[in-house]
Ligand binder design. Sequence first.
Ligand code: NCD
Length: 353
Amino acid sequence: MRNLVNILDLSTEEIDELIKTASDILDNPELYTNSCRGKILGTLFFEPSTRTRLSFTSAMMGLGGNVLGFSQAGSSSTAKGETVADTIRMVSAYSDIIVMRHPKEGAPIVASEVATVPVINAGDGGHFHPTQTLTDLLTIKKKKGRFDNLTIGVCGDLKYGRTVHSLISAMSRYPGVKFVLIAPEELRLPDYVKDEYLYSTGCEFVETDNLDTAIPSLDILYMTRIQAERFDSKEEYERLKDSYILTRDKLAIAKEDLSILHPLPRVNEIDVDVDDDPRADYFDQAMYGRYIRMALILMLLKTKGVVDKRVTGAPDHSLVCTNPHCISRNERGIKLLFDEGRCIYCDQAASKI
Ligand code: NCD
């Protein structure tokens, strides 16, 4: 059984295969309308979602399958104190594949350990969002025709932006990719992402807080929302929320073939005037999400006999994860495991008790 928790669970060859299948579905949707007949997708959204949940639902329907699930933690037994592990055990019995979004980082790892069907991570707190990255990759392939030799500006909330963390881990594998990380000091990319995906791959990157000076060099500009729900301090959110607003004027010095992406929802970081610019690709990007998710469901339902477990070894009770948003600090019964001083659930540093 195969899961998708981190985008690096997929090799670059598998990503190519998914893109090929998604493109074929786009061109010949009628060939796929019975591909998942009799199969059920469980959609467990413990956090709000429009695009991700509805595109997964629409994807499964387009494949002839059925969907069950919930769109708010409050309407599930989580409200009664049920753990993620117990909810997943139940839904494994009611569905053939599960997609879940959870506010706590590392929750999909806990889920994939107890599930008896494939688990897809649709976003875990401020950690990862691999299926948004698949959507981004399909969009980049369609708009730029390649993954290598691209200068990618990522702008906004790089600290809590799970779409950014997954995009960087995926794109840092391709030669000639350079990142321009544009964020205010307080919302810079976390060390665990830099260490694991930029320094370790030798991927070139620069950090700046200035969008205007970064724009001319970019092939792709990936804008993100400053996410109110991830801040512990409302004052800090208020101070940072309008850090960047992309306008038509700012784009005057951008490349003619720049591709402007955004995982959406947008708040006000892209002015609506930009929507008519031919370089604004974010609504196409959202549309592509349905097709790459169809390809992913097909791939994961097809893969048999693979055992994909990552929680192994003896728990270490001398350490604790330093991340207050980690699932290991928020639910009972989770085996405390660390790899080279980092929590295996959320990748953040551990400290001695
Ligand atoms: C993103 C997410 O949920 O992380 N949205 C999405 O899935 N398309 C980005 C966001 O919420 O800002």
